[in-house]
Design a protein around this ligand. Structure first.
Ligand code: SAM
Length: 303
């Protein structure tokens, strides 16, 4: 596959590189903001599951905070530094990471918490949805500690079978909950974003990190009839923006001429790094085919 073929197949990947974003996901947050004005009046924000950092780039450019620490970015993976962004490397489902984030906002709460977290997808839909829901709930739990009243929470969700339970939980804490699908998120993906505005926890609610919000003994069948919450579904990014499921010719419709752009921030420690180093040194194990072996070793190999 040539290095330009991904540019052709994925117009947002290409535009991200050309606009200096570290990932195509930047357009999802920008299109969500176009629709919901997420950044209005925001000076302090948390970006959970932030690597490689395109949402943090957007936040640090769009919000009115001053100096380092107005955006706190958290991820399992190391992330190349960004000006004005304080980084925490850790697992958001772990108490120690949550405490570190919360400490940062003590006495000075955040206006916005975003989470674009995605587990490594297994292809087993129920497992993937469950893992995604756990990430979202870990993010929500952190949000209940750091958000100021009226604050906003945006998180990736998988629109699976039990998404209603998640909407119900979100509605407990926010006056408005919507499900949004930006144009830059492929139609073929079950991904969408819960946009929760107006943080307003129930009276007497005390955030508690030791209690997961999702009650595992909950009877899912109770979510039928009047207790079933259906939230509005909004598509965002206007119709003139590019369709993420289409391939576009390399010269774009606006007449701009194609020129290959390398990624804005190459991965800093990709999982395939060791294989690349071994390959450079000629030490990557090659497949051994029986026809390449001397006769005496063929029997041993086939055992
Ligand atoms: N919003 C990012 C951007 O614009 O560059 C892209 C986020 S990427 C789709 C999902 C990220 O979730 C990955 O970097 C992954 O390491 C992170 N992640 C998954 N599980 C996590 C966890 N338990 N704690 C922290 N980060 C996690």
């Amino acid at each position: 596959m040539g290095r330009t073929s991904k540019d052709k197949r994925d117009v947002y990947y290409r535009l991200a590189k050309e606009n200096g974003w570290r990932a195509r996901s930047a357009f999802k947050l920008l299109q969500l903001d176009e629709e919901f004005h997420l950044f209005q009046g925001v000076t302090r924000a948390v970006d959970l599951c932030a690597a490689p950092g395109s949402w943090s780039q957007v936040l640090s450019q769009k919000i009115g905070g001053q100096g380092s620490g107005h955006v706190v970015a958290v991820d399992l993976q190391a992330m190349a530094p960004l000006p004005g962004v304080l980084q925490i490397q850790g697992d958001i489902t772990q108490l120690s990471t949550a405490k570190e984030i919360i400490q940062h906002f003590e006495g000075c709460p955040a206006d916005l918490v975003v989470c674009d977290g995605a587990p490594d997808v297994t292809g087993l839909h129920d497992v993937d949805e469950y893992m995604q829901a756990q990430l979202l709930l870990a993010a929500l739990n952190i949000a209940t500690h750091v958000l100021k009243p009226g604050g906003c929470f945006v998180a990736k969700i998988f629109r699976g079978r039990d998404v209603t339970l998640i909407y119900s939980q979100l509605r407990v804490f926010f006056s408005s909950v919507l499900c949004a699908k930006p144009r830059s998120s492929r139609n073929s993906s079950i991904e969408a974003f819960a946009v929760c505005q107006g943080y307003d926890p129930p009276e007497g609610f005390l955030p508690d990190l030791t209690k997961p919000l999702l009650d595992h003994s909950y009877d899912f069948n109770q979510l039928d009839g009047p207790t079933r919450i259906i939230v509005p579904f909004v598509t965002c990014g206007d119709l003139s923006s590019y369709d993420s499921d289409r391939s576009y010719p390399l010269d774009l419709e606006d007449g701009s001429e194609y020129k290959y752009t390398p990624p804005t921030q190459p991965p800093i420690s990709p999982p395939y790094q060791e294989a690349c180093t071994l390959k450079k040194k000629g030490r990557l194990a090659k497949e051994i085919r029986p026809q390449d072996c001397p006769i005496s070793t063929v029997d041993t190999l086939s055992q």
